[in-house]
Design a protein around this ligand. Structure first.
Ligand code: ADP
Ligand code: MG
Length: 919
């Protein structure tokens, strides 16, 4: 198709030969050299063309035809192009594949260039870099997701061994949101996982830092940038100049490192938007620990935003999203990604949800009004970067009006919690005059682009109306002229037509043409074109009329564009208020949507406080429950209690108390009983409660969880495609090293990825460590029944099992979690359910019976296992001296020591042995 139509490098000169660099080529090379890491979309008429390597890359990526045009240094110049009208579609695909695109436009009409001489080149320059993190177009964005650009800065270490500190700054330029936070290296990947940015920028130096290089490369979206972007010395100045404020005090108390990251963001935005400024909010600081830390593996595992296979459908977000606006959906996703840790803030959100659960009429009204509100934030942002159209203005008008209506409707609410009161105030913020002006100015039907014209309502602007009348009047004059020519010439089928090449012309059939080319008519009609059946003419009168029409139309469009500019300026003047209003609408959408969900699915308001409690009564899995209900299957609700047990009497000695130490539930039961479901539902309930949602339970009391960990044993983790035992152990290690008293840990079948005895031993030691050292609330599902013996010795370990019933040799899953241990694994019954041949099942039963007999005859000694050392809590630092000495000796490698070092080591050991007398 037209894609292959060669438009060619130089537009007014012959194809260049053998290394001769024509002015057009020189222009191309100069622009390309300034944007080496981007594909260059080079505007030529109705196409964006790509040349050389860009053409090869893009034609491969987009599956479009690669052609050639001219020669350079003796070689063909590869070329491909995409039509301007479909550019968004191609941009979308290139960005999704990780490319960046520099869009280079013609800055003048080719006619202008020709005036400077036939050899002169049309002025061109890059007007924008399109990168994954800096998109504004609806066609390039997912309406329901934020798209963040994230800058990561690292502090210089002042001493060796110090933990590196990082600052993160992130922007969604399509909504103006701007945040900063500091974090430790240990939580860097969890923070990045939470934000799930579309693009990450780091300095060249940080990008190639040895200990992080592997991590950066594992992320698909990292872009190293030059050092000046992250220059700490100029950060404050760049930031204050972007926001046009005098000092960075306007941004509160940002640290130097945070300023550096924030400045990197705005500098990158300025460079990609080539000077246009999206309406960013001033950077707002998020304090460390304000949200529940959830690492990448846990997020994936719990399928919070998407399933293990990468889809939104089937995720928790999908199950709970009842929002009616795109902005509401984005806010819901943000809240789900970052559950709060401050009970008062959580209660504030829950209050708003409760208002709407308690008043279904207000809820319905709110939701129907919200549904009529367009995406204010994104429309505003497009207008600010000069990519907006008339429909964006209409979106502002409709959004602002809907907000004002909503605020009026909500005023009648009986009890009004703080969150709703504030939202209502914000809804009223935008100046009513603006909406009135937009209503008066905009026509009923709006074109997609302002250059299409026709978007200003009749009666709004007097001079525009006059010009339009002139244009339309002239069109009537053309019609009258046609009638007159037909009359004068006696040719009844004479027509006046219009096309882009000839403009207006008189058209008659060939046989009538003769008549016009002869006297007396040849004095009036001037021949233009002869076609197969028709002959075309023009006249002086028609020519004059034409230029009148054209200039009137041009003037009308010019006037419309002036109106557009004026309206945009009006919108920009209100932009902070419109942004607050947009946020308020999103907040009301989330609150009413969560209320809707709670009413629909019978969720309860959780109690979240500073205790260490974890009591769920009648808990359900929010996603599985909905999936089952689609088939009409009921979900079996289950209780869970991980709260610290009441203190013993008499109270324990100071220093040994473990009053906040949570319980561990060890859950056994056959395959398919519902262990994994039970584990996850409790984690999901904690997340929902802390994000400010009602929860799928009859009752829930949760002491704030500051970190959540969830791991699945390798054998169960097939979907992740890297079911190696190593991964499982690395992840378990992370938990055992990091989980504190407030953590919630979910371990599902840990130790499964290796041989039985290895696996059992690791699971065993892991439970002991969680109980003795981490002391956190935990759920541990296992098929190792032997572990249940541990409860005799670990006082906060509780055995639970998922009940099954055996009925006529078949196993029936009851999905009921009760105290106790599974008596056996029912593996053979499950195998039978799965359809294994009867002969195999029978044979397996015989083998099992034999094995069980032998087991009894020669016990494997699991009963002896509790003699393994139980780890002590960390504050109990007394370790047997032999252990320390043994460790010190083990650390010595005699072959590596010089005689002198060997002597020194010997003295050290003697000293140590003397200090720690044998216990
Ligand atoms: P396990 O981890 O014990 O092998 P799962 O948790 O994977 O078992 O559950 C297996 C299936 O049982 C789930 O896919 C679900 O359909 C069903 N199930 C689990 N828990 C319940 C429940 N509480 N009520 C109803 N069905 C359940
Ligand atoms: Mg399971």
């Amino acid at each position: 198709m037209a894609l292959t139509q060669p438009i060619g490098l130089p537009e007014s000169e012959p194809p260049a030969d053998e290394g001769r660099v024509t002015p057009a080529m020189a222009q191309y090379f100069e622009i390309k050299a300034a944007n080496p890491d981007c594909l260059l979309f080079y505007r030529m008429g109705d196409f964006y063309e790509m040349f050389f390597e860009d053409a090869e890359v893009a034609s491969r990526a987009l599956g479009i035809v690669l052609t050639k045009r001219g020669k350079y240094l003796g070689k063909d110049v590869p070329l491909c192009g995409v039509p301007v009208v479909r550019a968004d579609e191609y941009l979308h695909r290139l960005i999704a594949l990780g490319h960046r695109v520099a869009v280079c436009e013609q800055l003048e009409d080719p006619a202008e260039a020709r005036k400077r001489g036939s050899k002169s080149v049309v002025r061109r320059d890059v007007v924008r870099l399109v990168t994954a993190g800096t998109l504004t177009e609806d066609s390039l964005l997912d309406a329901r997701r934020n798209n963040y650009l994230l800058a990561v800065a690292r502090a210089r270490l002042s001493s060796a061994g110090e933990e590196a500190r990082f600052a993160l700054a992130w922007i969604d330029i399509s909504t103006g949101e701007f945040r900063v936070a500091e974090c430790e290296q240990a939580s860097l990947s969890a923070e990045i996982a939470r934000l799930d940015p579309g693009e990450i920028i780091v300095s060249d130096a940080l990008f190639s830092e040895a200990d992080l290089a592997g991590y950066w490369r594992s992320l698909p979206v990292v872009m190293p940038v030059t050092r000046d972007v992250f220059d700490g010395a100029t950060a404050e100045r760049r930031l204050t100049s972007f926001f046009a404020v005098a000092t960075s005090e306007a941004f509160g108390t940002l640290t130097r490192l945070e300023l550096t990251a924030a400045a990197a963001c705005v500098t990158y935005v300025e460079r990609t938007q080539i000077g246009k400024r999206p309406p960013l909010s001033p950077p707002l600081r998020e304090s460390a620990g304000a949200s529940m830390a959830i690492d990448q593996a846990t997020r994936g595992n719990l399928e919070l935003m998407r399933t293990l296979t990468g889809e939104r459908r089937g995720s928790l977000l999908d199950a709970i999203d009842r929002t009616v606006t795109a902005a509401g959906s984005r806010l819901l996703a943000q809240r789900l990604a970052a559950p709060l840790t401050e009970p008062a803030q959580i209660a504030r959100r829950l209050d708003a949800v409760a208002t709407f659960t308690g008043d279904s009429a207000a809820r319905a009204e709110t939701r129907s009004r919200l549904a009529a509100a367009p995406d204010l934030a994104r429309a505003l942002s497009r207008l600010a970067v000069d990519r907006g159209g008339p429909r964006d203005l209409a979106a502002i008008r409709d959004g602002v009006l809907a907000a004002a209506d909503l605020a009026r409707a909500l005023a009648s609410l009986k009890d009004m919690p703080a969150e709703i009161t504030e939202a209502m105030q914000a809804c009223r913020k935008p100046d009513g005059m603006l909406a009135a002006e937009l209503s008066a100015a905009l026509a009923a039907d709006l074109p997609a682009f302002r250059r299409d014209g026709g978007f200003v309502r009749e009666g709004y602007d007097v001079s525009l109306d006059e010009t339009r009348a002139l244009r339309d009047e002239s069109r009537r004059v053309v019609a009258a002229l046609q009638a007159r020519y037909a009359e004068d010439t006696g040719i009844r089928i004479l027509r006046i037509k219009h096309n882009n090449v000839l403009g207006y012309f008189v058209e008659v059939t060939a046989q009538h043409g003769e008549k016009l080319m002869a006297a007396p008519f040849n004095g009036i009609f001037i021949h233009r074109q002869t076609l197969a059946g028709q002959i075309r003419f023009t006249t002086t009168e028609l020519g004059e009329l034409e230029s009148k029409i054209a200039s009137a139309a041009e003037r009308a469009l010019g006037l419309e564009l002036e109106v557009f500019e004026r309206l945009v300026a009006g919108v920009m003047a209100e932009s902070p208020n419109i942004k607050d209003c947009a946020e308020a609408l999103a907040g009301l959408d989330v609150a009413s949507a969560l209320a809707h969900l709670a009413a629909e699915r019978d969720y309860a308001r959780p109690l979240v406080d500073d205790s260490h409690a974890f009591v769920i009564e009648g808990g359900r899995h929010p996603v599985v429950e909905q999936a089952l209900s689609r088939d009409g299957t009921p979900f079996v609700a289950n209780d869970c209690d991980l709260s610290p047990p009441p203190p013993p009497y008499p109270p324990p000695q100071a220093g040994e108390e473990m009053e906040n130490a949570g319980r561990i539930w060890l859950i056994t039961g056959p395959n398919m009983a519902g262990k994994s479901t039970f584990l996850r539902q409790n984690a999901l309930i904690a997340i929902l409660a802390q994000m400010g949602s009602f929860v799928p339970a009859r009752h829930a009391h949760i002491g704030v969880v500051d970190r959540l960990f969830s791991r699945v044993g390798a054998a169960d983790d097939l979907a992740r495609g890297r079911s190696t035992f190593m991964v499982e152990m690395v992840e378990t290690a992370a938990i055992l090293n990091q989980a504190g008293e407030r953590a919630l840990v979910i371990l599902d079948e840990i130790g499964r990825g290796t041989s039985t005895f290895d696996g059992l031993s690791i699971a065993w030691a892991t439970v002991e460590h969680l109980h003795g050292v981490n002391q956190c609330r935990a759920l541990f599902a296992t098929h190792f029944h032997e572990l249940t013996a541990l409860s005799a010795r670990l006082d906060r370990l509780h055995n639970a099992t998922v009940r099954v019933k055996e009925w006529q040799g078949e196993v029936v899953f009851l999905h009921e979690v009760t105290a106790g241990a599974a008596d056996r694994s029912y593996g053979i019954q499950v195998a039978k359910l799965a359809g294994l041949p009867a002969s195999v099942i029978e044979r397996a039963k015989v083998v099992l019976a034999k094995l069980e007999q032998e087991d009894r005859a020669a016990p494997k000694g699991f009963e002896d296992l509790p003699l393994f050392a139980v780890p002590k809590p960390p504050h109990d630092a007394r370790q047997p001296a032999e252990d320390l000495l043994a460790a010190a000796i083990a650390a010595i490698n005699p072959d590596d020591l010089s005689p002198r070092e060997a002597m020194e080591a010997l003295y050290r050991l003697k000293e140590q042995a003397a200090k720690e007398p044998k216990a």
